[in-house]
Design a protein around this ligand. Structure first.
Ligand code: ADP
Ligand code: MG
Length: 233
C-alpha cells in the first residue's frame, strides 16, 4: 500500500461478464497512492484488462465503488463518465488504437477534445505535441505523418504521447510493451517513466511479464487482490 493519499480506491467491486464462460471478478480492496508507479502482474486471462476497464469506467461494477480522485465513477451517468475518463485518465493499450489514416498530431490532440480541463493545461497544443514526440524519441517530422505508416515501436510512442498530453492524473497502460522487441521495450519504459514523472502522473501498468518488476515502486499480483471464477462453457 502506498503512503500518500489515494488517487484510486476500489472497494467491494464485483463484475461478471455475461454470456459464454461468464468470467467473474471480485476485488475486495485495491488502492493506489498519488504519484505511485504500480505494476499489476497476472497471467493471461486473469482479468487484468477487465479490472482496467472497471477503473476506466468503460464497464461498471455490479457492486462496489471505484473512486478516482474522490469521485465514484460507477455512480456517474454514461456521458459524465466518458468526460470524467477523458479528463482524468491517459490510456495506452496493447494494440495502440491510433487512427491509422489520421496524422500523428490529430491522434495526439484527440485526447484533449473532450477534456476541457486537460486542454486548458496545454497553452500551445501543437508545440506541446511536438515536444512530447521529440522527448519520446520520435523523428522531427512525425507530427504530420499518417499514424498507420509508422513502425510498431513508433506508434506505441505516439500512443504514449496521446496518453500524456495535458498531464492527466492517472496513466493506465495495458501490456503496452508486449508488441515491442526487448530493446525497444526497455527504451519505451524509460521514456514512459520519465514522462509520467514530468507530468506528475500516477502510473498503473498491467503485464504478464514479471521481469519488469524492479522498475516499479510497487508490484501487485492479481491473485493477491482479486478472486476470479469462470463458469464451465
Ligand atoms: P487478461 O487481461 O488478464 O488477459 P481479461 O480481463 O481480458 O484478462 O479476460 C478475463 C476473462 O474475462 C476472459 O477469459 C473472458 O472469459 C472474459 N472476458 C473478457 N472480455 C470479455 C468480453 N468483452 N465479453 C465476455 N467475456 C469477456
Ligand atoms: Mg489483457
Amino acid at each position: 500500500m502506498g503512503s500518500g493519499p489515494s488517487i484510486l480506491a476500489l472497494k467491494g467491486v464485483s463484475y461478471r461478464w455475461s454470456g459464454r464462460g461468464s468470467f467473474a471478478l471480485d476485488v475486495p480492496a485495491f488502492s493506489i497512492a498519488t504519484s505511485e508507479r504500480v505494476l499489476l502482474l497476472g497471467e493471461s486471462g486473469s482479468g487484468k484488462s477487465t479490472l482496467l476497464s472497471l477503473i476506466c469506467g468503460t464497464i461498471t461494477p455490479h457492486a462496489g465503488s471505484v473512486l478516482l480522485s474522490g469521485t465514484d465513477i460507477a455512480s456517474l451517468s454514461a456521458g459524465k463518465r466518458d468526460r470524467f475518463r477523458a479528463e482524468h485518465i491517459g490510456l495506452i493499450f496493447q494494440q495502440f488504437n491510433l487512427l491509422p489514416y489520421a496524422t500523428v498530431l490529430d491522434n495526439i490532440l484527440l485526447s484533449l477534445r473532450f477534456a476541457p480541463q486537460r486542454r486548458a493545461r496545454v497553452a500551445h497544443p501543437q508545440q506541446t505535441a511536438q515536444k512530447l514526440c521529440m522527448d519520446l524519441g520520435l523523428p522531427k517530422d512525425t507530427l504530420t505523418a499518417q499514424a498507420g505508416t509508422l513502425s510498431v515501436g513508433q506508434q506505441q510512442r505516439v500512443a504514449a504521447a496521446r496518453a500524456l498530453i495535458g498531464a492527466p492524473p492517472l496513466i493506465i497502460a495495458d501490456e503496452p510493451t508486449s508488441a515491442l522487441d526487448a530493446a525497444t521495450q526497455a527504451t519505451f519504459l524509460d521514456l514512459l517513466f520519465e514522462q509520467t514523472r514530468n507530468a506528475g502522473s500516477t502510473l498503473l501498468m498491467v503485464s504478464h511479464d514479471a521481469r519488469l518488476a524492479p522498475q516499479f515502486d510497487r508490484v501487485v499480483q492479481m491473485a493477491d487482490i482479486a478472486r476470479t471464477a469462470q463458469a464451465a462453457a
